[in-house]
Design a protein around this ligand. Sequence first.
Ligand code: ASP
Length: 315
Amino acid sequence: MVKLAIHGGAGGDGPWKGPTDLDPQRIACMHNVLSTVGAMLESGIDATEAVTIAVEMLEDEELFNAGKGSVIAADGKVTMDASIMRGYDKAAGSVVNVTKIRHPIRAAKLVLDKGWPVMLNSASADKFAIDSGLEEVNQDWLITDLRLAQWQKWKKANSRPGSTDEDDEAVLDHDLEGMGTVGAVAIDTNGVLAAATSTGGMTGKPDGRIGDTPIIGAGTWADNLVAVSCTGVGEAFIRTCAAHEVSTRIRMGESLSQSCTNMLEMVAPLGGRGGVIAIDSQGNVEIPFQTMLMYRGTWIDGEIMTGIGPELSPK
Ligand code: ASP
């Protein structure tokens, strides 16, 4: 019963207008992640390593807002957050505001493997990752032309951090500006659940801002019941302990589907439109979102489905 679900962020309002010119590249990346990591899961890799590899591959796709191609903060720098959690023992690892590593999620996994502490921040997290042998990169490598152009638009319009096109048409051509976070959830051959999430945060975020992504229980959660990875306006997900809320609701008797939908309904009034991917211990998979679109895909018994707008499809 191995299963894998991934996301590449949610965004936009109103009806989906169909794929953009850049979307085939995003879909191709998701297909590659699902077929590669799905096959690994089937051959017995553990769920925690599977979600790490899946997120590393998504971090490497510069059209998603994680790793290379992360969005740019108010001060013109890329700072990245990532976290991971393993269900059966609630082991967790998180890095906050790292600036010079290629794969923040691998750094979070190393924190998890070490066992203590659970979170490392900024320069200390970068140092830990690099000293542990992870690939060091510089800001010029992380910042892409696309993100630079988006940041310049944001700066010129002097809009609030994380502005989206429904707030201000002039700022963005796509709501993914602030919401291209990536994540993965999996259940492995031993029935172990795991979740991982990685992001550059939101365009124009103030110095030191921490979103939900690196916060265990807000952007990422896994226990014996469910593995959860969220995307959306992070502050609202923090204020509702959103990822953990899914588990609480399952424990109280709700189905996975009800838990995810009800969680999103709690988050929305706080300005937290977004989406969630979740797999429960029975192998149910849910991917609800409240936005116009959510890049997402599943690998279920060898069958790959991906989607951007309302429908999932094999292609
Ligand atoms: N949740 C992320 C953050 O607030 C952004 C996103 O999911 O797109 O940093």
